[in-house]
Ligand binder design. Structure first.
Ligand code: ZN
Length: 298
């Protein structure tokens, strides 16, 4: 029998009370990640603020389309692995019938947290009954990919790029394993094994990105597409996105993700056993340095 543990006490310093802003313009809810000083790194505070914002948009009959955006230079640098607001050991009120993670020993802690905050939330958002559009500029890395991928459409600026470098941590991709659905298998292997940046232009060749426009035209393009979606029938929009999502399920997306989620957690556990750190000691600084080194070699 494995006993519960005392929650770990860690200092968390949030730079903002509102890591996500919410605005409705012409039947479109603009949900904007707002941690620009940390390139919109996703902490638990942001996860639940996103969930609140999406739910608010779903409950409001005046909202017909949802846009997910990131304030600042980059869409999202991924999960928070090194800001003062990193809140891995903070317990939020779980939304998905998942027990508290902070009282769990060893690998059970992260497994429980990521069932709720990463895999579970992303699936919940992917199934939102209104069309969703990701507006992506600059970096869309690792955990950022998950946020863009759960949206129905992705509209990117010319300078946007996509990357999942977590193989460096010995981990086979981020928790919401859509890689081999978003990209052809051999390209997904390259993307994951090398962990290099993929330009928006290359991503579009594989259908991972719908449209690319200049940074200055990005908001106008997203506004225009959202207006077209808002003018379509509400139920038609819901059924249509469900129809395509269902085809993905028939292709095994859900069961593939469940399988890879467990490989992901085997990797976290191995890192903990060998290095005493679930992400292989690679925090935000180390990942940024590794990116620079890789770019220099390329
Ligand atoms: Zn993980």
């Amino acid at each position: 029998m494995h006993e519960l543990v005392e929650p770990k006490k860690v200092d968390i310093v949030y730079e903002t009370e509102n890591p996500v802003t919410y605005e409705v313009i012409d039947h479109v809810a603009w949900v904007t990640m707002d941690r620009p000083d940390f390139n919109n790194a996703q902490n638990g505070q942001m996860t639940y603020a996103l969930d609140d914002a999406f739910n608010r948009a779903v409950q409001d009959d005046d909202v017909r389309v949802i846009v997910l955006a990131g304030n600042g230079k980059h869409f999202s640098a991924g999960h928070d692995i090194g800001t003062p607001g990193r809140d891995l050991h903070k317990q939020f009120e779980n939304r998905l019938m998942v027990p508290p993670h902070v009282t769990k020993p060893a690998a059970e802690l992260l497994y429980t947290r990521e069932q709720e905050q990463y895999l579970g939330m992303c699936r919940r958002w992917r199934d939102i009954p209104k069309p969703t559009v990701a507006m992506v500029q600059g970096a869309c890395i690792a955990g950022g990919l998950m946020l863009a991928w759960v949206c129905d459409l992705i509209i990117a600026s010319e300078d946007a790029f996509f990357q999942d470098p977590v193989n460096r941590m010995g981990i086979p991709g981020v928790e919401y394993f859509a890689h081999a659905f978003e990209l052809p298998p051999r390209v997904a292997k390259e993307f994951l094994l090398l962990g290099e940046r993929m330009t928006a232009q290359r991503a579009q060749q594989f259908g991972m990105v719908n449209r690319i426009v200049s940074r200055e035209d990005l908001r106008a393009e997203v506004t225009s597409v959202a207006a077209k979606l808002a003018a379509q029938p509400r139920l038609g929009n819901w059924l249509t996105k469900q129809a395509v999502n269902h085809v993905e399920e028939l292709r095994g997306k859900r069961s593939a993700m469940d399988a890879v989620f467990h490989m992901h957690h085997f990797a976290h556990a191995q890192n903990d056993l060998v290095q005493g750190n679930s992400i292989g000691g690679l925090g935000a600084k180390e990942m940024a340095a590794a990116n620079k080194k890789q770019a220099g070699e390329a």
